[in-house]
Design a protein around this ligand. Structure first.
Ligand code: ATP
Ligand code: MG
Length: 574
């Protein structure tokens, strides 16, 4: 009854927030007929989790309102940009599951932007300044004191035009001249105090080659690019709020179409840095193994870590947009990762710290070798369509060392002398004795099995208190398994004392072990994600795996250490 009623409820509406409300109002008032957004990365590094939020927002908004979203390379500064980054950005946006309606490059608008600069000069709204960068900075004033006018501010239009053309023609050296907007050196907003529009940079550009030696500043390019593309809502992060008056001044002064810039809070996640500049330091200092190191918050890194793009997008949608910067708990992000993996990852058995388990009453086969039996194992209890696989079971198995204790405390219910447990999908086994080396370390546990418990249940209804996983010693494959933890010891590495976040690197962020895995994992493909039962979620690494020698990365723990910690109240993952 209730269910039937629920199925008649309308579809949940598009999310409501200050950005979408604004867009709805613009559509209603007729200011906008079709929504056009853009994602404008500068190709000077790899995209990170913060960009995932900007991407999800701009692409989703366009889709929800039946509009378009462009991908635009904001490639106005050749100093740090590279084609390698351009290619990676395209790939990473697609990996997240989005596709642009059009791909543009700010550099393709250089001619138009330059023509507009001449227009501003002709209108007496821009001038060439001979002062060096430090003199310009020094004359800018402060929040409480006005700036001072440049001695070159009142140059005649004709001279400004000639000098600008000479700058463009390469007749002046880097730093000798800049073009500045002529606004107001006493403006309360420092960005409006005659901002620099063009500077001379005799540098090769990855797209325009050596055609240009003057390059536009961000503020002088961004709004113009948005205007050319007819962007209706230019969504960007809060640090651009104080640049909006300048964005609007340029469009108004040129008399060109003026998009609406709307700012939202940057995404920050505990234990993660979201600044390309800082991430570059990690890469260059070899503190990580490249931009795609599985501990990096780059989309490449998260992908190698096994994070599903669907989980990242769900997380970004869940956190939504805010007007105040804040930091999200990593546990929340991991919740979305685990939620997706629980539904989609195939279950497998793997032993990372093996201890031999010998079944003394296991039958010998016709060949004189121990008998091998194939047991049927469910691929994913959460997904009835995932089916089952066959796993070899025999008289010599490997179990997790931590699943056995010779002298167990009261609350340990797994294997111990005299104790019976269930081997997952297999049989009940009971520990009869242990083998030890000369130092007294346990080298093997000896058990008997009950043939009547095949599949994991006793016909007489007797119960065991634990189920443990296992692999067959003769069949298990050997694999490198990389266990990852947070890259930093502090949840807020960005606010490290003196900016020295390297001091906060976690020396235990990567631990490499050799695991013994059920044989089906030998044919795992790069990027395939699994749950190793009772251990964690893992992904087969596409980069370092070789045929017959797969490498696995731990993506996220099975249990929600975060929620537990919330309950415990000490904030520490359990
Ligand atoms: P970084 O400081 O890492 O270099 P950026 O802002 O300079 O970042 P861009 O390539 O210019 O990087 O960013 C492209 C878009 O992504 C911009 O619109 C920017 O506002 C947005 N963006 C960047 N970082 C974040 C973040 N942490 N959260 C949300 N959006 C972000
Ligand atoms: Mg930027």
């Amino acid at each position: 009854m209730v269910l039937a009623a629920m199925s008649q409820l309308p579809e949940p509406e598009a999310p409501s927030d200050f950005i979408r409300d604004r867009i709805r109002a613009d559509l209603q008032s007729g200011r906008v007929t079709q929504v056009v957004t853009r994602f404008p990365p500068e190709p000077n590094g790899y995209l990170h989790i913060g960009h995932a939020k900007a991407i999800t927002l701009s692409f989703s908004v366009a889709k929800e309102f039946g509009g378009r979203c462009n991908l635009r390379m904001d490639d106005t500064n050749p100093a740090a940009e590279d084609q390698e980054y351009v290619d990676a950005i395209k790939e990473d946006v697609r990996w997240l599951g989005f596709d642009w309606d059009a791909l543009y490059y700010a550099a393709d608008y250089f001619d138009q932007i330059y023509a507009w600069a001449e227009q501003l000069v002709e209108k007496g709204l821009a001038y060439v300044d001979d002062q060096h960068a430090d003199a310009i900075a020094a004359s800018r004033g402060t929040l409480t004191a006005p700036g001072t006018n440049s001695p070159f501010r009142d140059r005649p239009v004709a001279e400004n035009l000639r000098l600008l053309r000479e700058m463009k023609a390469g007749e002046w050296k880097d730093g000798e001249k800049v073009l500045r907007a002529k606004i107001d050196m006493a403006h309360p907003n420092l960005n409006m105090r005659d901002p620099v529009m063009y500077r001379i940079r005799k540098m090769h550009h990855q797209r325009t080659g050596d055609r240009w030696c003057i390059y536009p500043m961000y503020d002088w390019a961004h709004g113009q690019c948005d205007s050319i593309e007819g962007i209706t809502h230019s969504l960007c992060t809060l640090e651009f709020e104080h640049h909006r008056p300048l964005y609007e001044w340029f469009c108004d002064s040129l008399g060109i179409y003026k998009p609406q810039q709307i700012e939202f809070a940057r995404l920050n996640v505990e234990y993660m840095l979201t600044s390309k500049r800082k991430l570059l330091l990690l890469v260059e200092g070899k503190h990580v193994d490249g931009w795609d190191d599985p501990r990096m918050p780059t989309l490449r890194g998260l992908r190698r870590r096994g994070y599903p793009p669907e989980a990242l997008v769900a997380f970004c949608k869940h956190v939504g947009v805010a007007k105040v910067n804040g930091t999200h708990e990593i546990g929340l992000l991991e919740f979305f990762v685990r939620d997706w993996l629980n539904k989609n990852a195939l279950r497998r058995m793997a032993v990372l710290d093996p201890l031999k388990l010998v079944i003394e009453n296991w039958p010998v086969g016709a060949s004189g070798q121990p008998h091998v039996e194939m047991v049927s194992a469910q691929n994913n209890p959460e997904d009835p369509n995932a089916g089952a696989r066959e796993v070899p079971f025999s008289g010599e198995l490997l179990i997790e060392r931590s699943d056995f204790m010779e002298n167990p405390p009261k609350d340990f219910f797994r294997l111990a002398p005299g104790r019976e447990v269930r081997l997952r999908f297999g049989y009940f086994v009971k520990c009869t004795s242990v083998d030890k080396d000369a130092q007294g370390h346990v080298t093997a546990v000896r058990c008997t099995y009950d043939p009547a418990t095949k599949g994991g249940n006793a016909p007489d209804g007797r119960k065991v208190k634990a189920t443990i996983h296992w692999v067959s010693a003769a069949h298990a494959i050997d694999a490198e398994v990389r266990l990852y933890d947070h890259l930093f010891t502090s949840p807020d590495p960005a606010s490290a004392d003196g900016g020295d976040f390297l001091r906060l690197l976690n020396p235990q962020s990567e631990r490499i072990v050799r695991g013994r895995l059920e044989p089906s994992l030998g044919s795992a493909r790069g990027g395939e994600r699994f749950q190793f039962e009772r251990l964690a979620y893992f992904v087969c690494d596409a980069k370092d795996s070789r045929p017959g020698a797969p490498v696995f990365h731990r993506t996220v723990a099975l249990k929600d250490g975060w929620q537990k910690a919330q309950k415990k109240g000490d904030g520490k993952p359990a």
